[in-house]
Design a protein around this ligand. Structure first.
Ligand code: 3PG
Ligand code: CO
Length: 553
């Protein structure tokens, strides 16, 4: 039985409107030409940084501070928003899968048992992101799973790959496919009929999120399930090399591998087992629905084979989707959002589609829906569909700013929470000029929200979930940009391991509130307790400590 009542903060008042702004992909890094935040005109964020030193600081947003396996793991939006919302650090999917594979427990669980009953007569299909990015999946986990499943009776295996180039360098897909091919060749030597069956770039095939564009999932379905795609190849290395002539890794068109009779080698059939091997939820939920829901109507699946399906993890705790999974997800309970709603804090959350679930679903511990619809309002602004965001780098920043402003001025809410996506979504395209425009637009949205806070006498908290736009090149250990063999600058499309800023302020901020200096290692998980304080409450005991203190002047 959870006791939801939070203790009153000894000095800080309740009832101040608080704007909680998360800039996606906005880290802190040395100023140079590849730091788009530095290059862009960002007067609002600059003034926060140059303002009172006790109201701006950096916090950790990668590695162990957000529950990832190692300090080399860059931050990402899932673990970042989980930490921001939950106020504690949970071992995340990446780590839980590592542990389950290392101990072998993954093969003892209900999920593996469920799918392994198909091994005798059917094929095991593995669908997921092929890279070592560690954000959605990891190659070494796939390799262990291939080995483990074949040792436990899988005789026919088909891998449906999604190429990355977003959490790893563009062009790295070729090497990952070669590695996988050599693993599968070894399995074949041992009598397992193991092959790559289909593929496509993650942003064009399968890995859409938050129902932005179901066509993406349909393209994958046609290749993976029906064995149909516009491009047919005899092997996957050749496929990726050829298709890269006209597209980058993220956007490769769908292809299927065919035999000498031009017949697809691995469509999904009745009696087969399917595992989606991504541990991260957002970009697997849509495929999981297509695989699992009887009454699915988002596109015409044409063929609906009777399969046994398991996710690497359960992706949505509220929807219990999928019903079968190999590893239990982190049990992110008692999030700050749930506490605050129980304590009467009326909440508004908003972003555009591509980040909407970040400030709602991830924020609330991978749980969809409201805690209490009477206390909460979540607004989604439709994202542009079918473009790469370097084409429209301003995205919907202004619209998000306006919605937040209106929510603040309405005085109907105590917390107005937004995610401003530009730095991240445009940063992932690797287009430096566009990312500069993106950062400026994000800064303007922040200004709009802070101006509204000034009007109502409220408080603002501005932070970010992880780095991205502050560093757009791959560097050596001493920070020098790296070039590839042909002398081309190696553009970094991925996130970074940099810390992120957090700033507090506004006319409603009580006198004497400042950042403590005894939590130097503070990270994203310390933000929830901080925000609870600013709403006039003390955080639960097991939350990471608040970043602020109140001193008498
Ligand atoms: C993506 O899914 O777009 C990237 O892999 C990670 O980006 P995000 O963590 O910022 O969503
Ligand atoms: Co990102």
């Amino acid at each position: 039985q959870v006791s939801w009542k939070l203790a009153d903060h000894p000095t800080l008042p309740k009832g101040k409107t608080l704007a909680l702004i998360v800039l996606d992909g906005w880290g802190e890094y040395k100023p140079d030409e590849y730091n788009c935040i530095h290059v862009a005109q960002t007067p609002t964020m600059d003034s926060l940084k140059q303002g009172a030193p006790e109201k701006w600081r950096l916090i950790r947003a990668h590695g162990k501070a957000v529950g990832l396996p190692t300090e080399d793991d860059m931050g990402n939006s899932e673990v970042g928003h989980n930490a921001l919302g939950a106020g504690r650090i949970f071992a995340q999917g990446a780590k839980l899968v590592d542990i389950a594979l290392a101990s072998g427990k993954i093969y003892e669980g209900e999920g593996f048992k469920y799918i392994s009953e198909c091994f005798e007569k059917g094929t095991l299909h593995l669908i997921g992101l092929l890279s070592d990015g560690g954000v959605h999946s990891r190659l070494d986990q796939l390799q262990l799973l291939l080995k483990g499943a074949s040792e436990r009776g899988a005789k026919r295996i088909r891998v449906h790959i999604l190429t990355d180039g977003r959490d790893v360098l563009d062009g790295s897909s070729v090497g990952f496919v070669e590695t996988l091919e050599s693993d599968l060749a070894k399995l074949r030597e041992n009598g397992v009929d193991a092959r790559i069956a289909s593929g496509g770039g993650r942003m064009y095939v399968t890995m859409d999120r938050y129902e932005n564009d179901w066509d993406v999932v349909k393209r994958g379905w046609d290749a993976q399930v029906r064995g149909e795609a516009p491009h047919k190849f005899a092997n996957a290395v050749e496929a990726v090399k050829k298709l890269r002539e006209n597209a980058n890794d993220q956007y490769l068109p769908p292809f299927v591998i065919v035999d000498e009779n031009e017949k697809a080698v691995g469509p999904i059939e009745d009696g087969d087992a399917v595992v989606t091997f991504n541990f991260r939820a957002d970009r697997m939920v849509m495929l999981a629905k297509a695989l699992e829901h009887q009454d699915f109507d988002k596109f015409d699946r044409v063929k609906v084979p009777k399969i046994r399906y398991a996710g690497m993890l359960q992706y949505d705790g509220e929807l219990k989707l999928p019903g079968h999974y190999l590893v239990s997800p982190p049990e992110i309970d008692r999030t700050s959002g749930e506490y605050l709603v129980h304590n009467g804090v009326r909440t508004f959350a908003c972003s555009e589609t591509v980040k909407f679930g970040h400030v709602t679903f991830f924020w609330n511990g991978n749980r969809s829906g409201y805690f209490n619809p009477e206390m909460e309002e979540y607004v989604e602004i439709p994202s542009d569909v079918g473009i790469t965001f370097n084409v429209k780098p301003k995205m919907k920043a202004l619209e998000i700013g306006e919605k937040a402003r209106d929510a603040i001025l309405s005085r109907k809410f105590d917390q107005v929470r937004v995610n401003i996506p530009n730095g991240d979504m445009v940063g992932h395209t690797g287009d430096i000029q566009a990312t500069v425009v993106a950062c400026k637009a994000a800064d303007e949205a922040v200004k709009m929200i802070i101006d509204a806070i000034e009007q109502v006498g409220g408080i603002y908290v501005v932070t970010a979930d992880h780095g991205n736009a502050e560093d757009m090149v791959k560097r050596n250990k001493s920070g020098q940009p790296l070039y590839d063999k042909s002398g081309k600058l190696q553009i970094l499309t991925s996130h970074t391991c940099q810390p992120v800023p957090i700033a507090i302020g506004g006319p409603g901020l009580a006198a004497g509130v400042r950042f403590r200096n005894d939590v130097p290692d503070g990270g994203l998980a310390n933000v929830a307790a901080t925000v609870m304080n600013l709403h006039g409450y003390v955080a639960p005991n097991d939350y990471e400590p608040t970043l602020i203190e109140v001193v008498n002047n």
